[in-house]
Write a protein that binds this ligand. Sequence first.
Ligand code: G3P
Ligand code: CA
Length: 242
Amino acid sequence: MDTRIYAHRGASAIAPENTMAAFKKAVEFGATWIETDVDIIGDGTPILIHDSTLDRTTNKSGSYYDLKVEDLDDIDAGSWFSPEFAGERIPTLRELVAFMNETGLNANIELKSNEAGAKMSLELVDAVLRELEALDGPQVIISSFNHVLLKILKDKAPQYRVGALFVAENLWDDWRSMLELVGADYIHPDDSTLTRAQVKAFREAGYGVNVWTVNSPARANELFNWGVTGIFTDNAHQMLRH
Ligand code: G3P
Ligand code: CA
C-alpha cells in the first residue's frame, strides 16, 4: 500500500479550512489527497464544514441545520482566517466533486456525526452517496467517528472504501470487532496515544492505517517507519514529498 499525505481540511495551515481556497492551495503544493468534513443543511445539501455551528469558521453564528443552499452566499468562511480570503464561501460537496473531476484530486470525506437526530443523519448518508455518483475518476475514502453511520453507508454502497475514526479514549481492545462489523478498509486512529505495537497489530490484521493529525515532520517519519499508510496533516504544504 502506498503511503499518503492527506491535506487535512485542505491546506489548512495556509488557507481557511474546508474552503475551495484550501483545496486549491493543497493541489498547488502537490497534494493528491485531501481530507474534508461533510454535514447537511436544511434543504438537504451536503456542505463542507468541521464544526456543528458557524461560529468558529465564518462571520455568522449558530446552527446551519436550517439553512438553504442560497444562504451560503451570505456567509463569509474566509475572513476569520485572514482578510486575504474574504468572501470565501462554505463549499458544497457538489463543488468539491466538480473540482476533483477537474484536477484528479482524491478525497477522504468525513461524515460528521450529525447532531439533529437519526432522520437528518440518514439524509446525510443518502445525500453524500447521491453527490458522489458524479465522480468521474478520482478516488474517495469515507470516514466517520460515527461507526453506526459508517456501517449504514457501507451496506448501501459497498463499492466505497471506508475508514473508522477513533479518538484515543474509544480505541479499545475490541477494535477488530468494530472494524469487521463496520466493514472498514482502514482504521483512522488518533496520534496522541498511538503505539508501534498497535500499528503492527492493525497492519497484520490487514487494515490500512491513516493517523490524525500529524503536524510534525519528525513524527510523520516515525509513523511511516512503523508502517502506517497515511497521515492527515495541516502542514501538507511542508510535508509533501515530491
Ligand atoms: O479525519 C481525521 C481528522 O479530521 C479527524 O478529526 O476533528 O479534525 O475532524 P477532526
Ligand atoms: Ca475531519
